[in-house]
Design a protein around this ligand. Sequence first.
Ligand code: PHE
Length: 396
Amino acid sequence: AADDTVEILGQRFPRDKNTNVTTTITAKTARLLHRQPNHPINILKRRIEAHFKNYKVVDSMNPAVTTQQNFDSLLFSADHPGRAPTDTYYINSNTVLRTHTSAHQSEVLKTREAEGYLLTADVYRRDEIDVSHYPVFHQMEGLRTFDRKNLEAEAVVNVAGTSIKGAVLSETNPVQLAHTTREAELVDQHLRHSLEGMVRDLFREEKDLEIRWIEAYFPFTSPSWEMEVLYRGSWLELLGCGVIQQKIMDDANNADRVGWAFGLGLERIAMVMFDIPDIRLFWSSDERFLSQFSSGQIVKFQPFSKYPACYKDVSFWCNQGFHDNDFAEIVRDVAGDMAEDVKLIDKFEHPKTKRVSRCFRINYRSMDRTCTNEEVDKIQDEVRRVAATTLGVELR
Ligand code: PHE
């Protein structure tokens, strides 16, 4: 029966006790915004592809991946928090909607088809609700490998004039045991030099763009970095990157090579480059949105008037193990894109019973019309009902 399976792009997966995807989410797998001509996500993708000319473009990987692909192949430990069902959409115990494009690193490397790859895909994360978070977004993964025996010739770059300072190695951001210091330095500098070049090309309008490198940690790279740019007065995190763990290279039939990887969020960059104020707009089929980008160029979005907001609060006593994301998921499922923002506005512990009460404020606002109070009340009632029955909370 349809009931005991989850369907993703025509493929059926058996449900089990760990299934937590809903049809609101699985329906998004068919949208493929990154391949929709002249969608802002597609324009940005093509811009970066044009910069990395000789890299092989991959953009049709299936979003349903095994936990092996999404986590184990990338050396996530068994108890890594990224695996938590509060953060990840499980199709069943061993299949997830990919949480990042890195899930495809191994299979792409195994092909040995090119020295460089740019892999773009929709990725899925359970998260909070506000104008910059959506449970589906798009990432681009860049991969570049070098012949280990010819590294000096293939990877050397001139870092003068870049923001790359000092040695790569530090105790907190170490060179891998499998690499010599020189190997790590060459790959790391090629990585950061390439990314600075790409970002300066992308933000060519901003003269004197300031870039900084923050030490980071990912199980699948070392050393690792996050790149931030100073944009209109605040530091904006654009991407994560690093030197690929040699075990991943070895396991992917690339023991003779060393390489780097980066992963960037396309919405985050598109929102600032196109001046798009609300992440839900990317999912809109409103011509007032889409027609603005028909030139295929990076142009500033001209906002059309917003419809009125409607705020509703809900308070309840929570059980142990309650997670804010579980409530957000219910709001997503019941209200869909009507939910603009969900904020925890109050939380307190009962002095005697020690039970915790939470109050959330939901901002309902349609992207394409004015909603009546009665209509929003119905949705709010349904949110309350589903929260009480599925989360076992006690409404107040
Ligand atoms: N996959 C990482 C993330 O989603 C980003 C990343 C990609 C980091 C490749 C390092 C190398 O946060």
